[in-house]
Design a protein around this ligand. Structure first.
Ligand code: GLN
Length: 287
């Protein structure tokens, strides 16, 4: 508990927060500053330039945020947003917190489609909508359908599209391809659930256990959803259409084999910033 009477300044509150978070974070002070600046709606730089007084209402809110963070709640959920591709996105516990490796997924798609006018794109499992929204901004008048099985996730995705005045992404509740009828796309892209929950240590589960299971975990060593998408995508691709997927750190060879079996060619693996193969892409050529 914070002793309210002894706290007068933002600095003492930040110290209290940083001290509490030091056992769960490598950057406890930074985290405490982010949380407090967000509550106060000020730029954190002000903590270093101004003397900021804190009301007891803010103190109570900050204390409960620090408590939640201490239990593993991701910062993005606590402040309701996350930066991705240098854009701010609304985030809440019904969607995954965007990860840097997903930027690589998008880079691969942009590389393949940057000179393509109005590509037809299907995103499976859009979550907060980040992939479709970034592609919409980066490509030339793409026609995008973005699906998710979760209504709550699509609500967040639509808010994020609104935030960037994007009106023509077609957001659709669908269990993978279940609501996609007789349509052919130039690109199918997905960051599906691919984590094997049984292999996570308690340490690895910390924090991640507050994100939606449905967005993270898949059966069969994490490969079930990847397998389903790879096996069924070609039905929905035009001749020469591409499939691009994000996968787990140890699933590149598995995806390569499955894509070959499903008839894909020009299969390419890409490594993430930690040099781990993380993205696979392939082209479907009809016989
Ligand atoms: N990259 C995330 C993680 O390893 C998982 C994202 C996903 O399952 N699609 O935590």
């Amino acid at each position: 508990m914070i002793e309210h009477s002894s706290l007068r300044s933002a600095e003492s509150l930040i110290r209290f927060g940083a001290e509490k978070l030091s056992s769960i974070s490598n950057v406890p002070r930074l985290e405490a500053e982010v949380l407090l600046s967000n509550l106060l709606k000020i730029n954190p730089i002000k903590f270093h330039t101004d003397d900021i007084g804190i009301s007891s209402k803010i103190m109570d809110k900050f204390e409960s945020m620090i408590e939640s963070r201490f239990k593993g709640m991701p910062i993005a959920y606590l402040i309701g947003k996350k930066e991705f591709w240098s854009l701010d996105f609304e985030i809440n516990p019904s969607v995954l917190v965007p990860r840097p490796e997903t930027e690589l997924l998008i880079e691969n798609a942009i590389e393949l489609f940057k000179d393509h006018e109005s590509p037809r794109i299907l995103e499976l499992g859009t979550g907060s909508g980040i992939i479709s929204i970034v592609l919409y901004k980066e490509l030339v008048t793409p026609e995008i359908t973005a699906t998710d099985i979760s209504d709550e996730a699509l609500y967040v995705a639509k808010n994020n599209a609104d935030r960037y005045q994007i009106k023509d992404i077609n957001f659709l509740v669908s269990d993978w391809f279940s609501e996609i009828q007789n349509k052919k796309y130039d690109l199918i892209i997905s960051n599906p659930p691919y984590v094997d929950k049984t292999k996570l240590s308690n340490e690895e589960l910390f924090g991640i256990d507050m994100e939606p299971d449905i967005a993270l975990y898949s059966e069969n060593n994490g490969t079930s959803d990847l397998e389903f998408i790879i096996q069924n995508s070609s039905i929905f691709l035009k001749h020469g259409g591409c499939l691009i997927l994000e996968h787990g750190y140890d699933q590149a060879d598995y995806c390569m084999r499955e894509m070959k079996k499903a008839g894909y060619s020009r299969i390419k693996k890409s490594k993430d910033i930690q040099n781990i193969p993380r993205i696979i892409s392939g082209t479907f050529l009809n016989e």
